[in-house]
Design a protein around this ligand. Structure first.
Ligand SMILES: [Fe+2]
Length: 262
């Protein structure tokens, strides 16, 4: 059983599912892959899309009704993929920016494709001061973090979490992104595997293949924690018990992780 913490399944409000039939097709694929819970995460504040918490809740209610009518056993939770912009902490405080599951414990944040904006770390710290854990969406797809994963390592040491996209692990975004995904997973900088699905073809809601690849890079226990245990905890509003990773990563990688956090 999986909980998918990153999925653009709400119809017609961002670059994800274009209409209800596509949302339903995505939901069927998710169930087929063993996904039990999907957090809906439309873009917000990325310069193109604005999806306020209230709008997400009403779109979510509508899709939930359709899933019930169609007999698709997928639980949907509210969420959002929040662009890391200076006004984000204020938007979180005012309730305009949706937190993961609307639980006020964690937020999924995304960076631009190529750069890490000036002041990114400060915004992350502000979010933490609000009592929320920032989850960094697909750092392996950001050019600057690929070149300097040490920057990501600092954020993880601060208490942020890293989310790798399943299809990055399996090579759908090319060899550079795949190599970076492997590097970040192996260094202990990733705690969550999610689909970041946008469609019912190509960018589909599937986690199992990513889990299998991470198992080949590390071991089955690590892959299970990243694909199942930690996302399920977060979907339930619980802090993932990262100590469970303790002995699962290879020795040299674990000692690197200890140096980092120590
Ligand atoms: Fe996304």
């Amino acid at each position: 059983m999986y909980a998918d913490l990153h999925c653009h399944i709400l119809p017609g409000i961002d670059d994800g599912a274009k209409d209800l039939p596509q949302s339903l097709a995505m939901a069927r694929l998710a169930v087929k892959d063993g996904i039990k819970t999907t957090v809906v995460t439309p873009h917000h504040l990325n310069g193109v899309y604005v999806n306020r918490a209230a709008d997400i809740l009403s779109a979510l209610a509508s899709l939930r009704e359709s899933l019930i009518a169609e007999g698709i056993p997928l639980k949907l939770l509210p969420g959002c993929e929040l662009h890391l912009v200076p006004e984000l902490p204020d938007q979180i405080a005012s309730g305009e920016a949706m937190t993961l599951g609307n639980l006020d414990k964690a937020v999924l944040v995304e960076l631009p494709v190529h750069t890490v904006p000036m002041g990114a770390e400060h915004i992350l710290e502000q979010i933490q001061c609000q009592g929320l854990t920032p989850i960094i969406a697909h750092p392996e797809r950001n050019s600057q973090l690929r070149q300097t994963p040490e920057m990501l390592a600092e954020w993880i040491a601060m208490g942020c979490l890293g989310q790798v996209t399943a299809q990055s692990c399996t090579g759908q975004f090319g060899p550079q992104v795949q190599a970076s995904a492997r590097d970040m997973v192996s260094r202990g900088l990733i705690q969550i595997i999610a689909s970041d699905a946008h469609r019912d073809r190509r960018r589909i809601p599937e986690i199992s293949q990513g889990e299998a690849q991470v198992a080949r890079w590390t071991n089955e226990r690590t892959a299970e924690l990243l694909a199942r245990t930690f996302p399920l905890a977060l979907a339930n509003g619980q802090e993932p018990d990262l100590d469970l990773l303790g002995d699962t990563l290879p020795r040299q990688r674990r000692s690197w992780w200890r140096r980092l956090v120590g």
